[in-house]
Design a protein around this ligand. Structure first.
Ligand SMILES: Cc1ncc(COP(=O)(O)O)c(C=O)c1O
Length: 396
């Protein structure tokens, strides 16, 4: 049977990673992989999480199944972090969370829920969007389309074109929005833009599906949740996928949650019963370790403050590197305007470089990025930012 299968091409990002590993030049820099890195190129376990790991190892007495919804203390923590403990939908039970295997698992559960509720719904993704959105949502059987988003001339968002596109959609369609720190572009909606998007979505009966995987790495924990909180307050139904991979450093622990907001606690309960069934039929129950660590950090005021301070230092480091890169490039090529990199948020920016230039960066300058020109700004350091700027300046 399996001999009917043809080999699939390698994920292009894995190819870039392999080429980086093979490169023996000491100047090599990897801006490809989408994980946070420190000044020394490491992706450490946050100190608050490391303390929680010790506590959990000392106190957990069983590994017996925890239940279909996952860790309920974690689910509550996620609702409070993303939507705010005082948000009306959290207080009156109109929002509920189901622990999922990472943000990817949450996206897939949300997509399956949409297909159950409305099999003919189309999900509209930003142009461009994170490459994995396409299989995560499309493989659930949903139709997909793209809305105008990134303005490649300015590095900002084409807000007017996006709003005009949303005006044309039929009620019941789903719009996938990056809650903050857009991947791959770093171009985010301003608060006023979110207000306008919320108004059109509400008026046209569209359902927002918010993917928030980088909360805290853009403008701060609360500011980054502005759009998600606004939509939850103003729209009857919202689906959300949250991830703890980046902001809690829990990548391999697969820690995330899918949220549902609906007009009544009763309707939310009905949707949750479907989510539990979808989860049961795919992987049964989520892993516990990461969720337990997040719950321990969130519930302990000291640990929570420590984690928030660590997250803030990650955010400030990325913002500083954005500034240093733009200053370095400007000094070398003043006629080239790359200031958009400083305006963009989170780990990523999409550089307007074509394939041959990206190849030259790799071959001649040992600077690695995927073929679409997405760079992980956290992969730069104060040590190498000047040489990264020199390499870019040589090919732009
Ligand atoms: C836009 C976006 N959404 C969701 C995720 C989910 O990540 P994970 O499944 O590792 O939590 C990622 C991770 O890279 C992402 O970039």
């Amino acid at each position: 049977m399996l001999d009917t299968l043809d080999r699939l091409p390698e994920d292009p990002l894995l190819g870039v990673m392999a080429a980086f590993r093979r490169d023996t030049d000491p100047r090599k820099v990897d801006l490809g992989v989408g994980v946070y890195k420190t000044e020394t190129g490491d992706t450490p376990i946050p100190a608050a999480i490391a303390i929680a790991m010790q506590r959990s190892a000392g106190t957990q007495k069983t590994k017996v199944y925890i239940g279909q919804g996952g860790n309920e203390r974690f689910n509550q923590a996620m609702l409070e972090l993303a939507l705010g403990a005082d948000h009306a939908v959290v207080k009156d039970g109109r929002a509920a969370a189901l622990q999922a295997p990472g943000g990817c698992g949450a996206l897939r559960l949300g997509a399956e829920l949409v297909r159950m509720a409305r099999p003919d719904a189309c999900v509209h993704l930003s142009d461009p969007t994170w490459v994995n959105h396409v299989p995560l949502l499309g493989n659930a059987g949903l139709k997909m389309a793209a809305y105008p988003y990134l303005d490649r001339a300015t590095g900002g968002v084409k807000v007017a074109a996006m709003l005009a596109y949303l005006e044309t959609l039929p009620a019941g369609d789903v719009v996938l929005l990056h809650g903050c720190c857009h991947n791959p572009s770093g171009a985010d909606l301003a608060h006023a833009d979110w207000d306008a998007v919320a108004e059109v979505l509400a008026r046209r009966g569209l359902v927002p599906f918010v993917d928030i995987a980088y909360q805290g790495l853009g403008d701060g924990l609360d500011a980054d949740a502005y759009g998600a909180r606004l939509l939850a307050a103003q729209l009857p139904e919202v689906i959300m996928a949250v991830s703890c991979s980046k902001n809690f450093g829990l990548y391999r622990e697969r820690t995330g949650a899918v949220f549902v907001v609906s007009p009544s606690a009763e309707r939310t309960g009905v949707a949750m019963s479907h989510l539990r069934k979808i989860a049961r039929g795919s992987y049964s129950m989520p892993p516990d370790h990461g969720a337990e660590l997040v719950a321990l950090v969130y519930e302990d005021a000291t640990l929570r403050a420590q984690w928030m301070a660590e997250l803030e230092s990650m955010r400030l480091r990325i913002a500083e590197l954005r500034g240093l890169l733009v200053t370095g490039l400007h000094a070398l090529r003043p006629e080239v305007d790359y200031r958009f990199v400083q305006r963009q948020k989170g780990m990523f920016s999409l550089l307007p470089l074509d394939g041959p230039r990206i190849q030259r960066l790799r071959d001649e300058y040992h600077l690695y990025m995927p073929g679409d020109g997405r760079i992980n700004v956290a992969g730069i350091s104060r040590r190498n930012v000047e040489s990264v700027a020199q390499s870019l300046a040589a090919v732009i």
